[in-house]
Design a protein around this ligand. Structure first.
Ligand code: HEM
Length: 217
């Protein structure tokens, strides 16, 4: 059990690491990092991420004036443009008409609408779960996607490319978590919301996993 004196970033990570594991070990994510996904099977994940980042980044605009939450939207972190470039690569210029959120993505988006627009801690919880993930395991996932789909250059994997070093972003992000002026009750609420965010993400990939070709699953 993490001690109360430990930095919040460390306690948050420790308190939610089991929930992270459920994401890492799902059939879909295992197939993804195991190099067994076909191009269209990967593209549907990008299609699910688009509405999620669309909302997170709209919420970031709303939270910009907030003295705590506004600071987490670090320059270069936003992913929507990169996702749109990747969707254009996989689905062509008419990608918007060709993608659709699945039921789990809709539920995830409902939650983002509920908690990210007027609760700073809720925004940070969801922001942390996605962007710190993209800067961490996401970097490894991006390399596996590039190799599996035999992509050249950045096409199809712009989502994983940040303009700065992932470690520098992560160090700064943890400083922001550690300096957020939340009392113990608010920290507990944020931790609970990160656990929920992991569950929403796991549900999205569980649904994608149900539709894999038998040889990929
Ligand atoms: C196959 C899938 C995945 C693998 C192999 C993986 C792997 C990892 C690894 C190795 C780290 C630690 C990196 C470090 O300490 O620097 C990490 C951190 C993290 N991952 Fe994942 N991950 C996966 C999926 C996900 C998903 C789907 C999410 C969320 C939607 C996620 C969110 C996070 C977060 C938020 C952290 C940062 C934890 C912290 O240090 O506070 N990961 N991941």
């Amino acid at each position: 059990m993490a001690s109360e004196n430990e930095a919040f970033s460390a306690r948050l990570r420790a308190a939610t690491w089991d929930d992270h594991g459920d994401n890492e070990t799902s059939a879909y994510m295992s197939a993804l990092v195991g190099g067994r996904l076909a191009r269209d099977e990967y593209a549907v994940l990008v299609a699910q991420l688009h509405p999620v980042y669309d909302l997170l980044e709209e919420a970031a605009d709303r939270m910009a004036p907030d003295p705590v939450a506004g600071r987490f939207d670090l320059a270069g972190l936003r992913r929507r443009e990169a996702l749109e470039a990747d969707l254009g690569y996989f689905y062509g210029p008419r990608w918007r008409a060709r993608i659709e959120p699945n039921a789990a993505t809709e539920e995830y988006c409902d939650r983002l609408r509920e908690v990210c627009f007027d609760w700073p801690g809720g925004f940070v919880a969801h922001h942390y779960t996605r962007y710190m993930g993209d800067l961490s395991g996401g970097q490894y996932i991006g390399r596996q996607v590039r190799r599996t789909l035999e992509l050249a250059g950045d096409d199809g994997v712009r989502f994983y490319r940040f303009p700065g070093k992932p470690k520098a972003y992560k160090d700064r992000y943890r400083e922001l978590l550690d300096s957020a002026p939340w009392d113990a009750a608010e920290q507990a609420r944020v931790i609970d919301e990160v656990k929920a965010a992991y569950r929403f993400n796991a549900a999205v990939t569980a649904e994608l996993g149900d539709r894999l070709r038998p040889s990929a699953a």
